[in-house]
Structures are given as C-alpha cells and as structure tokens.
Design a protein around this ligand. Structure first.
Ligand SMILES: NC(=O)c1ccc[n+]([C@@H]2O[C@H](COP(=O)([O-])OP(=O)(O)OC[C@H]3O[C@@H](n4cnc5c(N)ncnc54)[C@H](OP(=O)(O)O)[C@@H]3O)[C@@H](O)[C@H]2O)c1
Length: 293
C-alpha cells in the first residue's frame, strides 16, 4: 500500500486526486491555510514526519490575472516551493508528481506543442510555473512533471461553470474564438495519475526514476473557447434553465485582461501515451460525462 502526500487537496485537481488515489493506499491531503507553499517549513516538516513514497503536488497559485500584480507570491508558490518539495522527496527516497501548464508557451507555434518545444511564457503565472518545472528538473531524481491545459471541474469557478452561469442570466454570450487549447476534466487527469501510479507498484520511486521527465497530458483534441462554450450549452442537462439565445465569437482584444494568454497552446500528448499506455478521453466525451450528475 502506498503512502501519498497530496497538496492543494481542495483545488479542482486536488479534490479529484484525493478520490482517485485513495484506492492505492493512504492519501494525506493538505491545503491552505494550514500548509502554505509560500511558507513551506511546516509542509516540509510534515513530509519528514509522514515519509510518503510519493508527493503529488497540484497546489499552485492559479489566478492568472492576479499573478501579474502578485508576481512575487506566484514565483514563491509556483517557482520555488516545487523545488523544495522535490528536494525533500529526494532526501527521503520518495517520488514527486508535479503539474504544470500550457501557459509556459507563447502560443505562436501554430501546431500542438511537444515537450521539446521551447517555452516562452507571456505572463507572470506562466513564468512562475516554468521556474517551478526547472526547479523540479534540477533536483532531477524520481520526478514526473505533467503539463496540462484548461483544467475544469464542476466544483469551483471553472470556465464550464461560468458558461453555465452566464447562460442563465444573459441572452447573448460573446466568447473568444482566438484562444485554442485542450479542455481537460480534472477527474480524468486525476484518474490517469492514479492509473500511472498503480503501474508503479509498491516501489514507486524506482519506477518513476526510470521514466522521469516532463510529459504533456491534456485531453485530445484541441478547440477554441467559443466552440467549447457551444458544447457546454448543448450538453447542459438542464438546458430548459438557459435564457441564452445566441453565442457570438469574439476576439481576445475585445476583452482586455491583465495577463496576456497564448493564442494556440494545444499540447501534443503522444509521449505520455507511448510511455504509460494511457490517454485522456476526448474533451467532448469528458465534458458530457462531467455534466451528467
Ligand atoms: N486551471 C487550469 O486551467 C490549469 C491549466 C493548466 C495547468 N494547471 C495546473 O494544474 C494544477 C492544478 O490546478 P487547479 O485548476 O486544480 O487549481 P486550483 O483549483 O486553483 O487549486 C489549487 C489549489 O492550491 C491551493 N493553493 C494556492 N496557493 C497555495 C499556497 N500558497 N500554498 C498551498 N496551497 C495553495 C489552492 O487553495 P485556494 O483555493 O485556497 O487558493 C487550491 O486548493 C496546478 O499546478 C495548475 O498550475 C491548471
């Protein structure tokens, strides 16, 4: 049975991980305010006490716009803390699974990004996450970095929940069609993480060390926010509550935000599929499942 320490246990992904990983052994889930990655001493002490075999770290400063102002905090949480966790994992012979983002790319490549493509973040959040990747890689022991994209869950303030909410209050929705990536259901990502760890068996650190590295893991295929919103509306099981009558494409320039987003940041996930013989369901299938309660 595996002992797993899970950060960000109340977040979109962390909440699902707490459930998906529970069949593997004991999951110790922690989150703010008790365990703060900005002041990680207490968390590192917990790691030494609990001696998990795996640390799973979905905790992150994820407010992309606010990070433009709070870049120091984002850097500490997303950039520095993952390296300290990786170091602590290394010292006790544990593995670490860390999550990163498509926002490390600038979105101008014009095809899905592979792991070999050069990151060039456009915003403070992306820069902080890139520093975190590098910090985990530098420790370089038993680590997996899973770069994902457009994570949503039906809990929390996800794009899916926002569109459902707007559809009940607005007759016309204007949604950007110049941002393209892979909408990824937090539950599917958590399940894939659990199945990966199940393959690792009772000595996960050794197994992960042999396959260590950075992998892209998001739902195939890519789509625009505009098309994603249309799918949300048509798959909504309570469509009778919608007052929305039209959904119009818009450009990002019409909705200025503090942080610039990449235009085309879809991820090529073939390395992950080949290595672990796992893939996430198509984004549309996952969306249908996520909306069925
Ligand atoms: N959401 C996306 O679209 C997306 C896309 C690509 C990659 N990712 C990555 O995927 C991972 C999971 O994202 P998510 O959507 O599940 O994020 P989320 O819902 O915002 O969850 C993050 C969790 O981390 C916690 N947290 C924030 N600051 C912390 C700190 N200083 N110390 C300890 N915990 C802290 C949050 O607590 P509070 O809620 O109390 O702040 C929350 O429980 C992250 O690594 C993120 O960068 C996300």
């Amino acid at each position: 049975m595996m002992r797993i320490l899970l950060t960000g246990a109340n977040g979109q992904l962390g909440w699902e991980l707490q459930r998906s990983l529970s069949t593997l052994g004991s999951v110790i889930g922690v989150d703010l305010p008790e365990y703060d990655l900005a002041q990680p001493d207490r968390l590192l002490e917990l790691v030494r006490q609990v001696r998990p075999q795996v640390i799973v770290n979905p905790a992150a400063y994820t407010d992309v716009d606010k990070a433009e102002q709070e870049h120091d905090l984002a850097h500490t949480v997303n950039g520095v803390a993952p390296g300290l966790l990786a170091q602590q994992a290394n010292e006790i012979g544990a593995a670490i699974i860390h999550y990163s983002t498509d926002y490390v790319f600038n979105g101008s490549l014009g095809r899905p990004y592979s792991e070999n493509d050069q990151p060039a973040p456009l915003n403070a959040y992306g820069r902080s996450k890139l520093v975190g990747e590098q910090a985990v890689q530098q420790v370089g022991d038993a680590f997996l970095i899973l770069r994902t994209s457009w994570v949503y869950s039906l809990r929390g303030n996800s794009f899916v929940n926002k569109v459902l909410r707007w559809s009940r209050s607005h007759r016309t929705l204007r949604i950007v069609n110049d941002q393209v990536s892979n909408p990824t259901w937090a539950r599917a990502l958590a399940e894939a993480t659990g199945q990966l760890l199940a393959q690792a068996g009772s000595q996960p650190a050794g197994w992960i060390r042999e396959r260590r590295g950075l992998y892209h893991l998001a739902a195939p295929d890519w789509t625009s926010r505009f098309e994603w919103a249309q799918a949300i509306l048509s798959l909504d099981p309570h469509r009778e509550q919608q007052v929305v009558q039209e959904v119009l494409p818009a450009s990002s320039a019409e909705f200025p935000t503090p942080a610039v987003r990449p235009a085309f940041s879809a991820l090529d996930c073939s390395l992950f599929s080949k290595t672990f013989d796992l893939q996430l369901p198509h984004w549309r299938d996952a969306l249908r499942l996520s909306l069925t309660v």
